[in-house]
Design a protein around this ligand. Sequence first.
Ligand code: E4P
Length: 218
Amino acid sequence: MKLFVDTGDTEEVRRAADWGILDGVTTNPTLIAKSGKGFKETVVKICELVPEGEISAEVVATDYDTMLKEAHEIASWHPNIVVKVPLIESGIKLVRTLTDEEIKTNVTLVFTVSQALLAAKAGATFISNFVGRVDDMSDDGMAAVADTVAMVDTFGFESEVLVASVRHPLHVVQAVQAGAHIATMPIKVMEMLFKHPLTDSGLTRFLSDWNNAGLSIF
Ligand code: E4P
């Protein structure tokens, strides 16, 4: 399973990359706007910070012709870029074109398995199923993830299911249990994955026993 960080902040990418477990980065127009930096400079920097990673960068037009021009521009910035495309009619048409051109795509703003089916049929590399935004509306966002993973497995689609809009570590656990291929999350959630009070208290005890015994490794 791949772990991506969801951010437009290059310092957060640097921190996550330093752990050596980062497989990629997702951005969206909101996150790029929040970074206060230019789109291209931010995305290229992220690609440099995660040289083996898959880096998603999103088109912002909604008509096919302009989306195609934006997709070609974005894809030209770095070989590791995955063009992120919203699940609208022109977006699915765009994904089909980009698939035929062997440009990787990440279909975003997917909330149902029927939407995911369209993305898979168009050849999407990643299907970004948003969970937290559905949970925020008192519904079960993870249900569509499980259905989409089953659909991809049953019919042999090549798309990878990416759990997006992750709010807390339980979403990551549920993504694992659902068999999702990728989870993307804010760095705050990724940091929480390390934490367990028994890890902290256990380490404190180990070190105190070691030091009290006057032991040393060297
Ligand atoms: C994914 O690629 C999206 O950028 C992201 O997960 C959206 O998360 P949000 O619902 O917290 O904005």
